[in-house]
Design a protein around this ligand. Structure first.
Ligand SMILES: Cc1cc2nc3c(=O)[nH]c(=O)nc-3n(C[C@H](O)[C@H](O)[C@H](O)COP(=O)(O)OP(=O)(O)OC[C@H]3O[C@@H](n4cnc5c(N)ncnc54)[C@H](O)[C@@H]3O)c2cc1C
Length: 386
């Protein structure tokens, strides 16, 4: 039987989340935007409430249902996509890497403080020479007695400045083929040889985007994450998971702008009528609402497949592709409705179109999603005909 109802406990969570964000996030946003930083204390406040996606089981991390994580991302992004992406980088890139591939020892050592939001994690994969083409990275991991030396630069790391540890991909086996050259490491960002530089950007404010350089940084053997030579497959797996919450974040970005615009259309008078009283605007509202709801259905199906333990590669790419497409259209339309006010930096609508633009870049661009969708379609149609 098909069931489209969001479970009651998730709806209760939503009410709690809204109250929590109203208290802990909204009143501080102007300061965080001005300072260009998400305070680390926000993560411990999230951790205290159990909003950081995981909890510590007997000996390993345990993941919360995908719909719950999506709810946090969506609700937070409605208020601030920039704060939402900072939470996502910790939970859905860093912690997810530790959960999927970290040894029980690594999970026991770092899991409890990470789920409490006291230790922050990020993911360093993209370099100036390779982003979509993950196998093309050039950061080197040289094997030495008892560990590895990392050498290279990760160009774009969300939360790179505020994190304590980074999950990092590097070439450990340069003579291997594309699928077996990389490994993954958990790197202490306080270690000797690590330097960080914050980049100036116009999207996802106030999260930080940071360049992290590794100059012969020693990483002990037990901080290898997963298997040697499996770094490519592992990081792609992390992205498959994190496409689900970033779809929710992107949906929240669309909704934040949409709700603001509808409210504005109800109130703003032009040529003696409210904007919403013009049929042209009414039809736009209907059209964008239909797209937002379609994006939500794709997202919920991806959450459901993930939680069922089914293959959700196609679903997560479909959800992300459609959420980004929708958010880009909706946020531009919404900003347009505010006229000149939309270009003013402090106006709440101002950031939404740029944030919707950025949402393509995390966890694979629109082209990368199309590549995954195409591959899955070809595989599924072949399976049906054989
Ligand atoms: C705000 C922000 C936060 C980020 N945070 C992180 C982070 O926390 N960790 C991290 O590791 N990275 C992060 N990134 C980097 C991000 O993951 C990459 O920018 C993204 O993967 C794209 O890589 P690229 O910039 O090298 O572009 P490229 O890979 O060079 O792509 C350039 C263009 O080519 C297209 N393209 C690529 N491959 C194909 C193909 N096969 N067929 C057709 N078209 C193609 C792309 O869609 C794009 O339009 C962040 C980026 C931004 C902007």
């Amino acid at each position: 039987m098909m069931d489209f109802e969001v479970p009651g406990r998730i709806l209760q969570d939503r009410d709690k989340l809204r109250a929590f964000f109203g208290d802990q996030v909204t009143p501080h946003l102007a300061t965080w935007y001005r300072e260009g930083a998400v305070p680390s204390s926000l993560f411990s406040a999230f951790g205290d409430e159990g909003w950081l996606g995981f909890e510590m089981g007997q000996s390993s991390l345990e993941k919360h249902p995908a719909l719950k994580g999506s709810l946090v991302a969506e609700e937070l992004a409605k208020i601030s996509p920039g704060v939402a992406v900072s939470v996502l980088a910790h939970v859905d890139l860093g912690l997810t890497g530790l959960w999927l591939f970290g040894s029980p020892e690594l999970q026991q050592k770092y899991g409890p403080s990470a789920v409490a939001g006291e230790t922050l994690l990020c993911l360093g994969n993209s370099e100036s020479g390779a982003g979509s083409d993950v196998a093309g990275i050039s950061t080197r991991a040289e094997k030495v007695d008892g560990g590895w030396y990392l050498e290279g630069t990760k160009a774009y790391v969300t939360n790179g400045l505020i994190s304590d540890f980074a999950v990092v991909t590097a070439v450990s086996d340069p003579n291997g083929d594309r699928s077996s050259r990389l490994s993954m490491f958990l790197v202490d960002l306080g270690a000797k040889g690590v330097s960080r530089r914050k980049l100036h950007k116009q999207v996802w404010i106030p999260s930080d985007l940071t360049r992290i350089q590794f100059d012969r940084v020693f990483v002990p053997d037990d901080h290898l994450v997963g298997e040697r030579g499996k770094g490519l497959q592992q990081v792609l797996r992390i992205f498959t998971y994190s496409r689900v919450p970033i779809s929710a974040l992107t949906l929240g970005t669309a909704l934040g702008a949409f709700e603001m615009a509808v409210e504005h259309a109800r109130k703003r008078e032009v040529f003696s009528r409210k904007l919403a009283d013009y049929q042209a605007k009414a039809f736009e509202i209907a059209d964008f609402y239909a797209k937002i709801e379609a994006a939500r259905l794709l997202l919920h199906r991806a959450c459901w497949r993930l939680d069922q333990g089914d293959d959700f590669r196609l679903d997560s790419s479909l959800a992300k592709y459609f959420a980004v497409k929708t958010a880009r259209e909706v946020t531009q339309w919404a900003a347009d409705l505010f006229g000149a006010a939309s270009v003013i930096y402090e106006h709440p609508i101002h950031k939404f179109p740029m944030d919707a633009w950025a949402s393509s870049l995390g966890e694979g661009t629109q082209d990368v999603q199309k590549l995954v969708i195409f591959r899955e379609v070809m595989r599924n149609t072949q399976a049906q005909t054989t």
